[in-house]
Design a protein around this ligand. Structure first.
Ligand SMILES: NC(=O)c1ccc[n+]([C@@H]2O[C@H](COP(=O)([O-])OP(=O)(O)OC[C@H]3O[C@@H](n4cnc5c(N)ncnc54)[C@H](OP(=O)(O)O)[C@@H]3O)[C@@H](O)[C@H]2O)c1
Length: 237
């Protein structure tokens, strides 16, 4: 039995990844903060709901004890997908908002990796895929905290890949461009058209187009790929 844990799986990219991995035969453990949205998805995908704030290590550890470890003794694939954005000037940003972006997008990757790595190391195999952003590479005006968090995810990915490679564990990231999800729902139609015009392929990416890359990185076809940040942005940067 192959097991996968996906954070932020109730909609958008995380949900598309869950659906793709279900097709690949994984037993799924799906996370987000709201049980009312997670439960019906878990029923449809025959998955285990694991509801907690991924930015809190205490909450994550308690949820694993209650909802994961009673059923399986290891996770084969961890997808760190949970993320939030914050659009605004740095000087107007509240310190609490800074902390929330960093804990949700970056500290969560530490939290979940720390929980699954002992089982992976014991079995000398495992896979971690982190969902990053092109803004982690270029930086985005009005998204300083978000860009910093994703730059951190990229550095964490490269460093952890080196650290756990001797244990047969691979760690990679997918740096997404603009993907059509609720994260971009704040844009009006004209802003969406202008943004699409900045993309080589002339359109936003689809969630399935990220899920298929995660699927590839998790597969044996990618058995010699680790420590990489794979950019999937339709030629935006
Ligand atoms: N869409 C894009 O253009 C784009 C571009 C680059 C990178 N990305 C990255 O792709 C990932 C997914 O984004 P998306 O566009 O699919 O966003 P989305 O549609 O807003 O979905 C975000 C998911 O994360 C969950 N979530 C948020 N905060 C959480 C927390 N503290 N703990 C656990 N779950 C949490 C949400 O559920 P709850 O709110 O119920 O917790 C939801 O399931 C993020 O890491 C994002 O930064 C997206």
């Amino acid at each position: 039995m192959k097991t996968a844990f996906i954070t932020g799986a109730s909609r958008g990219i995380g949900l598309a990844i869950a659906e793709a991995l279900k097709e690949d035969g994984y037993t799924l453990f799906l996370n987000c903060r709201h049980m009312e949205t997670l439960e019906p998805i878990c029923q449809r995908l025959e998955a285990h709901p694991v509801c907690f704030d991924a930015g809190s290590f205490e909450a994550a550890a308690a949820a694993f004890d209650a909802c994961v470890w009673p059923y399986v003794d290891h996770i084969d694939l961890l997808v760190n997908n949970a993320g939030i954005s914050y659009v605004g000037l740095l000087q107007d940003m509240d310190p609490d908002d800074w902390s929330r972006v960093i804990s949700t997008n970056l500290t969560s990757v530490f939290n979940l990796s720390k929980l699954v790595l002992p089982g992976m190391i014991r079995r000398q195999t495992g896979n971690i895929v982190n969902i990053s952003s092109i803004w982690g590479q270029t930086g985005a005006s009005m998204e300083v905290a978000y860009s910093a968090s994703k730059g951190g995810v990229d550095a964490l990915t490269r460093a952890l890949a080196r650290e756990v490679a001797p244990s047969g564990i691979r760690v990679n990231a997918v740096a997404c461009g603009v993907i059509d999800t609720t994260m971009n729902a704040h844009l009006d139609p004209q802003e969406k058209t202008d943004l699409a015009n900045e993309i080589g392929l002339g359109r936003f990416g689809r969630t399935e187009e990220i899920a298929s890359v995660v699927r590839f990185l998790a597969s044996e076809s990618a058995s010699y790929i680790t420590g990489q940040i794979l950019t999937v942005d339709g030629a935006m940067i």
